[in-house]
Design a protein around this ligand. Structure first.
Ligand code: RBV
Length: 427
């Protein structure tokens, strides 16, 4: 099978890219106290010695800080992107310059090249896999099952990847242990809520240069990402409408003070639509023709399936780029629908995108780092299948963050501990 060459052999101006990539990584590392604390431990103890870590993540500065930490911990690392538009080539080149890191990630590659890069990572015969969206773990199971034997385990970063893994686990088809990083508190309570909320809105604003104030913003899905987007949009003085398919989540959104209605109803009322459902066909032919002229559509879910672009193309009589990262579709009645970042996750795939804020990724990647350490040091203790992140590891990352912030915690007294552990105390 054809596999990709490392990025440094494919792009021009390698030295200049290296320099700007290095600068971006250094800035990020400077603001990642959790990874810095782990760096001291990893360089002293080298817990990942002898491991080969294969990764498919958004290759940009914060991810690079994680990759370098794993290399400092003794691992050989091979990495590629998990989305064709989220890679920063300069960061990819800077990573590739490290003696124990090979990066295959390149911006703007097509589907064939994307999988050639995944295959190139798998060619390193990883003993541990780190995924965002599950492309590595699924590819290994489907195309390289002979490698499963030598894999200790893996980790999964995002909601969509965890959905896929759950389905696989339920079928008994997940043949090595995987940590569900997304669902651990130190990840989704911060990354999905604040990270997606802040970065999706920031990227939509920067890509369009339009204001939130006074706009009607339709947020599809009130999961952790949706509630972050809704909260931050309200904070920017938008009127927020939420759409849901789950009665409890719809009620939560209602009790948070948002207007809740169907997408059919919201279609004609929104100025900006942000999808965060993780599902396909959320905005479709049923909706485009009802929309206001000049409406803005963006997706903040992992895959580019939430806004049905095929439907939109079929309905449109004209299509053009009206601004970098903004594609305008003109419908037969002359009304125009603007789609950002080709319907790919807007906070990472728009031309100005930087992904989630640094501090948030410090937490998510702190969890990733301790999970990789756990696999390298105690991986034998986990059966095949999907596992929660052990609570002690999640707590360790929280404590590192509190330390870095200088935030004090109270401690239970012995009497309090006894009270909490007892079922005999009553009124
Ligand atoms: N995400 N990564 C970044 N490296 O800048 N920003 C967001 C970054 C992750 C986030 O954790 C989320 O779960 C996933 O991207 C969706 O693909």
């Amino acid at each position: 099978m054809e596999t990709a060459a490392p990025i440094s052999e494919r792009v021009s101006d390698v030295d200049a890219k290296h320099e700007s990539g290095r600068q971006k990584i250094d800035w990020a590392r400077e603001h990642m106290p959790i990874l810095s604390a782990l760096e001291d431990e990893f360089t002293a103890e080298r817990p990942l010695s002898g491991e080969v870590v294969g990764m498919a993540l958004h290759v940009e500065a914060k991810t690079a800080a994680l990759v370098e930490l794993l290399a400092e911990g003794g691992a050989e690392v091979a990495i590629t992107g998990c989305n064709p538009l989220s890679t920063h080539d300069d960061v990819s080149v800077a990573l590739d310059a490290h003696e124990n890191i090979t990066s295959y990630a390149e911006h703007g590659i097509d589907d064939t090249e994307y999988y050639e890069a995944i295959d190139a990572v798998i060619d390193h015969e990883p003993t541990i896999t780190v995924d965002d969206g599950g492309d590595l773990v699924f590819r290994i199971h489907e195309e390289y099952p002979e490698l499963v034997e030598s894999i200790i385990g893996g980790t999964e970063e995002t909601t969509t990847g965890v959905h896929r893994l759950r389905a696989m686990d339920a079928d008994g088809a997940l043949d090595y242990p995987m940590f569900n990083v997304n669902d651990t508190p130190m990840k989704h309570l911060f990354d999905n809520v604040h990270g997606t909320g802040e970065s999706a809105l920031a990227n939509i604003a920067m890509t369009t240069n339009l204001s939130w104030a006074g706009k009607t913003v339709v947020v599809a899905g009130f999961g952790y990402c949706g509630r972050g987007v809704a909260k931050k949009a309200r904070g920017q003085n938008a009127h927020v409408i939420v759409t849901e398919i789950d009665p409890r989540r719809a009620l939560e959104a209602h009790m948070e003070g948002y207007e809740v209605t169907s997408m059919d109803d919201a279609a004609e009322r929104g100025d900006v639509f942000v999808t965060t459902t993780g599902n396909r066909d959320v905005v479709t032919a049923d909706h485009f023709e009802d929309m206001k002229d000049g409406v803005v559509l963006a997706n903040a879910g992992h895959f580019d399936v939430e806004i049905n672009l095929e439907d939109l193309r079929n309905l449109s009589v004209n299509e053009r780029e009206v601004r970098e990262g903004v594609q305008e579709y003109e419908l037969a009645d002359g009304s125009r629908v603007n789609v950002l970042a080709e319907g790919r996750l807007v906070n990472l795939a728009s031309p100005v995108s930087l992904g989630h804020p640094v501090e948030v990724m410090d937490q998510s990647f702190g969890v990733q780092a301790v999970c990789v350490r756990e696999l390298a040091t105690h991986g034998d203790g986990y059966d095949d299948g999907l596992h929660d992140v052990p609570d002690a590891l999640d707590r360790e990352v929280a404590e590192l963050k509190l330390d870095a912030e200088g935030i004090e915690l109270d401690e239970l007294t012995d009497v309090q501990r006894e009270y909490m552990d007892s079922w005999q105390h009553g009124t």
